[in-house]
Design a protein around this ligand. Sequence first.
Ligand SMILES: Nc1ncnc2c1ncn2[C@@H]1O[C@H](COP(=O)(O)OP(=O)(O)OP(=O)(O)O)[C@@H](O)[C@H]1O
Length: 236
Amino acid sequence: MSVLTVDHLTKSYSRFTLDPVSFNLEAGKIYGLIGSNGAGKSTLLKSILGLVIADSGEVEAFDQPLVEMKSRIGVVLGGIDTYMDKRLSTLTVVTKRFYSNWNQQRFDDLCSRFSLDLSKKPRELSTGMKVKYQLAVAFAHQAELLVLDEPTAGLDLVAHRDLQKQLRRLADEGVTILLATHLVDDLEQCADELLVLSHGTLQAQMSLAEFIATHQTPATPTLTEMLLAMEENDVA
Ligand SMILES: Nc1ncnc2c1ncn2[C@@H]1O[C@H](COP(=O)(O)OP(=O)(O)OP(=O)(O)O)[C@@H](O)[C@H]1O
């Protein structure tokens, strides 16, 4: 069974086009979605999730239209920009009603590990705290597919490393993770496969090991240098 199937998905803005993108994700793997600023990573993730209306293409999760499978998908996309004046405790009560498999123990543990104060409102949270809250919700409803757009941005070092370990553990338990990131450390610590996006085109899908084997040269011995060379090439 394919966990996520994206078939010829396209989206155009006035000055950007996401070319037909197709790929499949398998269970229990972490996929790093990489590409320069403006390559279209967020547009792709939002189009997959139906948060922006794609121009064409199909998206299935667990072999069903994705829209019917939302309770099995956890999402972290940037900050929280709605219900800014509701306490996190109130938001949580409302949110958990949508998920039949909500695990309160897991939520409480994460809030405590992340030192999240549920009496605060989104307006009062730092960037990292907003991400931590979204992660706690995504993990608590025991999603089988996690779609994460730069979830480590804004996290402190301890939370960052903690998250990387948790992502690895979840993948080992069978959860599939699609992770857009600019951080080489995230890829080195977590990614099994890479999806390489450039100017709205999916250039490659390959394992991290394959990527390294293909891109490593005496001038680019480390993954950082390989990615730098690739992005410099993109800009040129
Ligand atoms: N709502 C929108 N209206 C018009 N153009 C948009 C909109 N959202 C994104 N774009 C454009 O689409 C392109 C891709 O943006 P996107 O945010 O998907 O890139 P990204 O790869 O996620 O970049 P970053 O690494 O900086 O987060 C950019 O040129 C951006 O300006």
